[in-house]
Design a protein around this ligand. Structure first.
Ligand SMILES: *Cc1c(COP(=O)(O)O)cnc(C)c1O
Length: 381
């Protein structure tokens, strides 16, 4: 089998001339940061997902940190989340001195399983952080009803799911707060960037304050004069720039087209791969429409004898950028040192051991998709 000329990454941005122009326009304007584009971008994202408010951050991780902070997570507090995610999800809990508690996944969707959430609830549980893994929304109704029952805050990690649907509505307004990431591999990009959407004015105001050093205009400061402000909380400088917000606005116009292109690629993968014995294809619940950030397969090793590592290496040798998402978070040495034990979430660990992510991004050509399919057929047979 012939090696591809160019390495095909598992994910990549799509930047066009309009995007470039949008950024250049800001570079020529008076405000490079803290200007008008930020609020325009925030309103556009809030409108797009159907939420009342949005607060943009330097990146998705900072946005998650903000959400955990304004949710009041601190020492003694436990936050239930999934091990099949990027470490940033539970790291945000650690930033606030809280304790992440990992609940196992649903083997069909690879998203956190609400039954497993219930098993992990204690008197110290403060919040739940579901992840819309690969772009398929988590079981939000069930998670929100658990949250209501136990008075918990739900912070949804929607890094993969901007534009995805849950029961006919876009994600971003069901949870108390939802984070979206704008890293280049994510649904739209601002290079680095992230946002929290929420329907709560209280969270909205606290997030804005947290993003900018914990500074606010209080009735007292207003009475002092226009120059006066008060720092009433310990915040950070987590502000997005106007260049990034302008890029984000321009990208948002193309999001639906990007999602359409991703779904077309999914169709091609599904049609070509479903007949290969031993491949488990990604499963979609009828009530969700994924944003298809990732397309992952599982290798059923009862049928496919070749180890995943060898398949991975042979695909890479053909210049096909397969990947694996994700190493269960608590397997990382940092978490192991904190006392988390391997074996805690067997379904997640089993999934990790047989998962393989195929390249998936809107700019992939038909040829690219065919290259992946042919390479996989070759490597597996
Ligand atoms: C990308 C990602 C993040 C972090 O977003 P950044 O913008 O890269 O900081 C968090 N959670 C998940 C699931 C992600 O994929």
């Amino acid at each position: 089998m012939k090696r591809r000329e160019q390495f095909l990454s598992y994910g990549s941005q799509w930047i066009d001339e309009e995007d470039i122009e949008a950024v250049i326009e800001i570079l020529k304007s008076p405000f490079l940061t803290q200007g008008p584009k930020i609020e325009q971008f925030e309103s556009a994202v809030a409108d797009y997902v159907g939420a009342k408010f949005a607060v943009a951050f330097t990146n998705g991780t900072a946005a998650l940190h903000g959400a955990c902070h304004v949710a009041g997570i601190g020492q003694e507090d436990e936050v239930i989340t999934t091990p099949i995610t990027f470490a940033a999800t539970s790291n945000a809990v650690l930033y606030c001195k809280g304790t992440p508690v990992f609940a196992d996944i649903d083997p069909r969707t690879y998203n956190i399983d609400p039954h497993e959430i219930r098993k992990k609830i204690t008197a110290n549980t403060k919040a739940i952080m579901p992840v819309d893994f690969s772009g398929q929304p988590a079981d939000l109704d069930e998670i929100m009803s658990i949250a209501e029952e136990y008075n918990l805050i739900v912070i949804e990690d929607g890094a993969h799911s901007l534009g995805a649907y849950y029961k006919g509505e876009k994600v971003g307004a069901q949870a108390h707060m939802t984070m979206f990431s704008f890293h280049p591999v994510k649904p739209i990009t601002t290079a680095e960037g992230g946002i929290i959407t929420t329907n709560s004015r209280d969270f909205y105001e606290k997030l804005k304050q947290f993003r900018s050093h914990g500074i606010e205009k209080t009735p007292y400061s207003i009475a002092q004069g226009d120059w006066y402000y008060e720092m009433t909380d310990l915040g950070y400088n987590y502000r997005m720039t106007d260049m990034q917000a302008a890029l984000g606005l321009s990208q948002l116009m193309k999001l639906d087209d990007f999602l359409h292109k991703r779904r077309k690629i999914v169709q091609k993968y599904n049609e070509a791969l479903f007949e290969i014995p031993g491949l488990i294809l990604p499963m979609q619940l009828a009530e969700t429409e994924s944003g298809w950030h990732l397309y992952m397969i599982q290798l059923d090793h009862k049928i496919i004898r070749k180890p995943r590592k060898q398949i991975f290496e042979e695909m890479r040798a053909l210049n096909i950028g397969v990947h694996v998402h994700y190493i269960p978070v608590y397997w990382h040495p940092y978490y192991q040192k904190m006392g988390y034990k391997k074996g805690a979430c067997p379904i997640a660990e089993n999934f990790y051991q047989q998962a393989l992510t195929l390249p998936m991004f809107p700019k992939m050509t038909d040829r690219d998709v065919q290259d992946v399919i042919e390479a996989l057929k070759n490597v597996i047979s």
